[in-house]
Design a protein around this ligand. Structure first.
Ligand code: F6R
Length: 612
């Protein structure tokens, strides 16, 4: 949801900012803009479309030797993607420029007041309202900082903002409230940004700003202040361990493909330090020290959005089966508005989020906290809002996920859910140690198994994608632990290739959806070797009886007759999901690529959804 970068330093600032925007483009990419401080005042340049359009505009300009600048890449919330709605927005007096990620909920009311006072608006954005509110406050405030804080105190909603002022050309002011913003501490240069890759080539020293904090930075200094009273905040910088290579394509055509192929490594990294072999050869127990101080929940509520929600649905099977925990899984945007939500004091709310910033998931977490319930975050982004606000956090350690469509993050979430199920099974004594060891060695075998299988899976996905690329619609069917994967397969196909796809529980088809089946409406079925296979096979036959074409993802030796049988290496259920998942991802990837779609940045989407 919009990417922000601000820079005050000693280098030519515009290239630094544009390069930072390139690494933030996954957050939104319908328009982009920069502001920089020249000797003759603030310059603002904006363009509709991807960053390349802005770069073209910049090529035609004489970029000054400005050493202070800020930039923005947008995912539209107010107003269509257009140059007039692109950020930065300037105040009517031309002295201030602002970039913003988030939504100011009361902007209409503020706009009416400002309009009555003579302000004129050139865009439909809430950001232009906010920058003019700061300008208005400045007329009476003792300093720009006070005006900035006063305006933000009036703004309701979520924001991460960065402000530049003609009168202070070497400094930036930034603030956050329910939207991500980090401070990068360099040598003779400082940064603010929505995400670490924006400034990682220049510094690994990061300060995670909290909600309701302002940072004021120049090339050689900075201060962090509380928005409420401008009192100073002392906070240590943290050192980021991963490097830029982790955030680059590494020879793959797309980030998505690279991230799918990273899944064996994600599993290896996720298991590292988590298994205890108690001196023997074989891993016999799971180490999750993050959970040691929390009581085993009597009931677990898993709350998440999108792909993370699908991980939660998958994880429920393991948590119920292995740990014997009652589990509910809910979409965060529904959970947060449930009037009659029943949360017991011994319940736990587990929120799953790759970004750790998803607005609905964060709101669900806050509701649980207000209700005094234990909260646990399962996040990938270290230091993200969810990671900081939950009672405990488990990091998925998948490394930066750049492609907008989530792939390796789901694999890492599934792995951690499996470890959590085994860990709680251990504490509750609900699984004997032999069964636990068997599960653990299956998990340990996964990286090698996937490494060996992925190239063939990729080739099959490519061949099938070409065969089925003309379809307008798809069904994805699965039962039990494969049902969440069917939902995920359908989500991936629609978000990447824009082909309509529905994920269904295979047994539910006959209650209505089967009416859609005809020779041009193919069905992708997960028919793995598990106890539900005979039921799934019957559902396949029902589809075939309506002349529907069927692709079945299955294992060698299964008795199945379909149009396209895609065999993957067997693994006992439910861990077979780790093999099925990349097959589904590769099929969607190949379909989108073959159809010429923008794989890493699909239309209308953004990586981190920080608005409701
Ligand atoms: C789909 C996708 C989204 C996210 C969802 C939640 O490929 O990426 O559905 O899974 O927006 O995001 P996080 O996990 O960051 O909370």
């Amino acid at each position: 949801m919009c990417g922000i970068i601000g820079y005050a330093g000693h280098r030519p600032a515009v290239p630094v900012v544009v390069e930072g925007l390139r690494r933030l483009e996954y957050r939104g990419y319908d328009s982009a803009g920069v502001a920089f401080a020249g000797h003759d005042g603030l310059h603002v340049l904006r363009a509709k479309g991807k960053l390349a359009a802005l770069e073209e505009r910049l090529a035609g300009e004489v970029i000054t030797t400005a050493t202070c600048a800020m930039g923005h890449t947008r995912w539209a919330t107010h107003g269509v993607p257009a140059e007039r709605n692109a950020h930065p927005h300037t105040s009517n007096d031309g002295r201030l420029a602002l970039v913003h990620n988030g939504i100011i909920e009361n902007y209409q009311e503020i706009k009416s007041r400002l309009t009555a006072a003579g302000y004129v608006f050139h865009s439909e954005t809430d950001t232009e309202v906010l920058v003019n509110l700061i300008a208005e406050k400045r007329k009476t405030a003792p300093s720009l900082l006070e005006a900035f804080a006063a305006a933000l105190r009036e703004a309701h909603g979520a924001y991460a903002v960065c402000l530049m002022d003609t009168d202070a050309p070497g400094s930036i002011l930034a603030a956050r409230m329910s939207a991500p913003l980090l401070f990068g501490l360099g040598t003779g240069e400082n940064f603010v940004a929505s995400d670490i890759p924006a400034f990682l080539p220049y510094t690994r020293q990061v300060i995670f700003l909290e909600d309701g904090e302002i940072v004021r930075a120049t090339a050689n200094g900075y201060e962090i202040l509380r928005l409420a009273d401008l009192s100073p905040v002392q906070r240590e910088a943290q050192t980021i361990q991963w490097d830029m290579q982790a955030a680059q394509k590494g020879g793959y055509r797309h980030f998505m493909l690279k991230e799918i192929f990273e899944q064996p490594r994600v599993i290896t990294d996720g298991l590292a330090g988590r298994l205890d072999n108690a001196g023997g050869q074989q891993a016999c127990s799971v180490l999750l020290p993050e959970l040691d101080d929390l009581p085993v929940p009597e009931r677990l509520h898993i709350v998440a959005c999108g792909t993370s929600y699908h991980s939660g649905l998958w994880g429920r099977h393991l948590l119920e089966e292995w740990a014997g925990l009652p589990v509910q899984v809910e979409i965060a945007s529904e959970f947060r508005y449930r009037e009659g939500l029943a949360l017991g004091q011994k319940d736990m709310v587990l929120v799953i989020s790759q970004s750790g910033e998803t607005a609905d998931t964060l709101a669900a977490l806050r509701i649980a906290r207000e209700r005094g319930v234990q909260t646990l975050g399962l996040c990938n982004v270290v230091g993200s809002s969810i990671a900081r606000e939950a009672s405990a956090v488990i990091y998925t350690q998948a490394g930066p996920e750049i492609s907008v469509a989530s792939t390796k993050a789901m694999c890492s979430q599934m792995l951690m859910l499996a470890l959590m199920a085994l860990y709680w099974a251990q504490r509750r004594g609900s699984m004997d140690s032999q069964a636990r060891q068997a599960r653990l060695s299956q998990l340990e075998s996964l990286p090698a198994l996937l490494d060996a299988a992925l190239p063939d899976m990729h080739a099959t996905a490519r061949q099938l994608a070409r065969k089925y690329a003309q379809a307008d619609s798809f069904f994805y069917l699965g039962r039990g632990h494969c049902f969440p994967l069917a939902l995920e397969g359908a989500l991936k196909l629609k978000e990447l290739s824009y082909i309509h796809a529905e994920g269904y529980a295979a047994g539910e088809m006959k209650h209505g959806p089967i009416a859609l089946i005809d020779p041009d409406f193919p069905t992708f079925t997960l028919a793995l070797d598990d106890t539900l296979f005979p039921k799934v096979r019957s559902n396949i036959v029902e589809v075939q009886a309506r002349q529907g074409k069927v692709i079945a993802l299955s294992n060698p030796g299964m008795d199945l007759s379909v149009d396209d049988l895609w065999l993957v290496p067997p693994l006992p259920a439910p861990l077979a999901g780790f093999v099925a998942l990349p097959a589904l991802q590769l099929f969607s990837y190949e379909m989108a690529d073959y159809l010429g779609k923008d794989v890493d940045q699909p239309r209308n989407l953004a990586k981190s959804v920080t608005v409701e």
